[in-house]
Design a protein around this ligand. Structure first.
Ligand SMILES: [Zn+2]
Length: 152
């Protein structure tokens, strides 16, 4: 799934073996910045894509572009469980500055909204749900194991 811009969100639901390259290809000839919102790993991606296209047929803008919001995308990624991933920001937790009340602000995990960190792995973005490991006293991800960094 790809995002066209923030104000006038149009989201593309498509399948690709290499989403990063696909986006770079789409970006060529598009004046708006495109970015990957997340992805779902499925064995039959064409069928899955068709299912999502059917589901959001009422919100279809053009071809594979849909006028759905970030919450819908997040919900789909969560529903996919261990197969769902959000595209994490590269500089998560980086200090951004202070707001008007002097509260420090940091780069959130997800660019488009408040993705609950407890539902996605802060390292790989997997929606497998973090498991608390009694032995280590830390959160563990099904995919990458122990979570090194702890952030809010
Ligand atoms: Zn992980």
């Amino acid at each position: 799934m790809e995002n066209e811009d923030f104000l006038n969100q149009r989201i593309k639901i498509g399948f690709s073996k290499t989403p990063g390259e696909r986006i770079r290809a789409l970006q060529t000839g598009n004046s708006r910045r495109l970015a990957l919102m997340g992805w779902i790993e499925v064995s039959d991606d064409k069928v899955y894509e068709e299912m999502l296209h059917q589901k959001y047929a009422g919100a279809r803008a053009l071809n594979e572009w849909f006028e759905i919001n970030d919450e819908v995308v997040l919900e789909e990624l969560k529903n996919a469980g261990p197969s769902g991933y959000i595209a994490l920001q590269k500089n998560i937790g980086e200090f951004l500055g202070r707001d008007r009340d002097g509260i420090p602000e940091f780069v959130p995990p997800w660019e488009w909204g408040d993705a609950d960190a407890s539902e996605f792995c802060p390292q790989c973005g997997c929606a497998c749900g973090l498991q608390y490991n009694e032995n280590y006293g830390v959160e563990c991800c099904l995919k990458c194991g122990i979570i090194e960094s702890n952030y809010e």
